[in-house]
Design a protein. Structure first.
Length: 133
């Protein structure tokens, strides 16, 4: 069996919706295995980074939006032109979302793997890595 492709999405809950079991309700309704990669929840609202199987993504995203959840699908991390390709970030990435391309002798970001842990941002000597939080 091949590896299931997954879409990363950032979910934003307002302070009125944060106490509701929206994620679990959608998991059950859509029969989708949603992996929570990162979460921050407090009295002002919540932000959750999730992985959704590609074959369920369209219905799951619609269900979240219909439930009043803001869904962000844009690029969540990038390496800017300030990068000097030193490789500090490559050694720290726990999910191999940043690689060193030996052909082009440069550091590359594989955005769909990024879990927004921030280790690369802290390690970068030129502050060339941006994570949209």
């Amino acid at each position: 069996m091949g590896k299931v492709k997954k879409l990363k999405a950032e979910l934003k809950f307002n302070n009125k919706r944060v106490a509701e079991p929206i994620i679990s309700t959608i998991v059950l309704k859509e029969q989708a295995t949603i992996n929570i990669l990162k979460a921050r929840v407090d009295e002002t609202g919540g932000k959750v980074l999730v992985e959704i199987p590609d074959d369920k993504a369209e219905n799951v995203i619609k269900a979240f939006r219909d439930s009043g959840v803001e869904v962000k699908l844009e690029i969540l991390a990038e390496i800017t032109e300030n990068c000097i390709h030193c490789g500090h970030c490559v050694t720290l990435c726990p999910v191999e979302a940043i690689i060193y391309d030996k052909k082009s002798l440069s550091v590359k970001m594989i955005g769909e793997k990024c879990i927004q842990c921030g280790r690369c941002v802290d390690a970068c000597p030129t502050k060339a890595i941006k994570i949209w939080r």
